[in-house]
Each structure stands twice: as C-alpha cells, then as structure tokens.
Unconditional design. Sequence first.
Length: 251
Amino acid sequence: MAVTVKSAKEIELMREAGRLLEIVHDEMAKMIRPGISTMDINEYGDKVIRDLGCTPNFLNYAGYPASICVSVNEEVVHGIPRRDHILKEGDIVSLDAGLIYKGYHSDAARTHAVGKIAPEVQKLLDVTKQSFFEGIKYAKAGNHLFDISNAIDDYVTPFGYGIVQDLVGHGIGTSLHEDPQIPNFRQKRKGIILVPGMTLAVEPMINMGTWKVKWLDDDWTVISADHSVSAHYENTILITDGEPEILTLHE
Ligand code: MF3
Ligand code: CO
C-alpha cells in the first residue's frame, strides 16, 4: 500500500481523533493504582472512547479481543486484559489505545508506574519516552524516514537497553496500520522522504535487557525473551513544513 498524504480536511479529522485519544489516556492514567485489574482499565478506556462518540479500533482487529492493550512488566505490547490480573505496587503498565473518529484513526501508548517503582525502572520509562522525542526531531519534510529510526537507536543504545525489532511504528489514517513501517533501530537504508500531510505512529518499545521478544500462547502478548521489564511510548504525529505536530499530546 502506498504512503498516504492527507488533505487539509483529513488533517482536521486526524487532529480531532488525536485530541480525543489524549483524553482517553488522561482518564485511564487517573485510575492506575495497586489493586485494579487490567480488565478494569480496558473497560474504562472502552467506555471513555464510546462516550466521546468514537469507536475503539483495536477491538476485533485481527481478532484482538479488547479495546485497550494492557501490558505489565515484562509484557512488551498487546497484553490481553484479564479480570484476574491485578496490578501491584512496583509494577509498570503500558496502555496502548486507539480510536476511530469519523473514519480516521489515532493510536498512542503510555507506560505508567503503579505506586512506587524502582529508580532503574523509572529510568527505563523516562528513556523510552524521551526516545520518541529524540526520534521526532527528525520527523521533518525533506528528511528520510529512517532518520527517525536512527535517532531513536542513537539515543537508547548507550543506556544498554534492548530496542524491540519485531514490532515497529507505522503510517496511520483511514486504517490503523498504513505504510510506511517505522523501525525504532538503526537502518542500513534511508527510507522514504517525508512530506507534509503524512501521519505516522512513532512507537519505541524498549526492554531493560535483551531486545529479543517472544509470544505467549495466547498468540498476542509479546514479552521480553529474558523477562526483563519493558516500556512503550507512542504518539500519532503529523509531518508539516516545520516541526512535527503531535496529534495525541498537547502538554
Ligand atoms: N499500537 C499498536 C500497534 O500499532 C496497536 C495494536 S492493535 C491490536 O500495533 F489490536 F492489534 F492490538
Ligand atoms: Co501503533
């Protein structure tokens, strides 16, 4: 599939899809504490999405059975919410959420601390979030796509963390996953030239230990191969003539 360049009207719809998804994340963030289940988060996130007049895009995507991906500790992404998976003090939990607004998709992920966490785990969360910002410094018209990938790698690798390679970011628009794929690790090629109007989901997934991952028997949950903790941070962005616009974050 070709990379799509959105019209001014489509960009307005993508902006609104992004703005609404930020509300969903802000709402879910407020409920994170020891004692809640990963299903509680999914149910609340699903409700907020629908109350905003939107549709969850993950639910039934390739058979995924929930609206919010909830991934705890060594779970990297695509954790399946469970009533009997209770968050406890010291855990980290990655929430990946997406919605459809008037046919346009947004996608964003945050990793939260549950109560007090170890300083080295907080460092992983901070570096993962910052790696997104380091990457999108290069998300400018005229640059090559893999400038983003290389900047993320250059920032993360000195910390000794493992950058997940089996899953990547992606274009987004009238589908959740559009071309191009956006790796978070160093590339030999340059990738496509970025053009204003491209909308991209940039989503570094960083493990404290090895970069290698494996899949649980549910065929969804991705975990680090060495069971080290893993963090995920994602926003949907818009390529402009100048700085990228982050559609799912307005700090
Ligand atoms: N942000 C995730 C991704 O881009 C969303 C997964 S959707 C799922 O892959 F439905 F497959 F879980
Ligand atoms: Co995504």
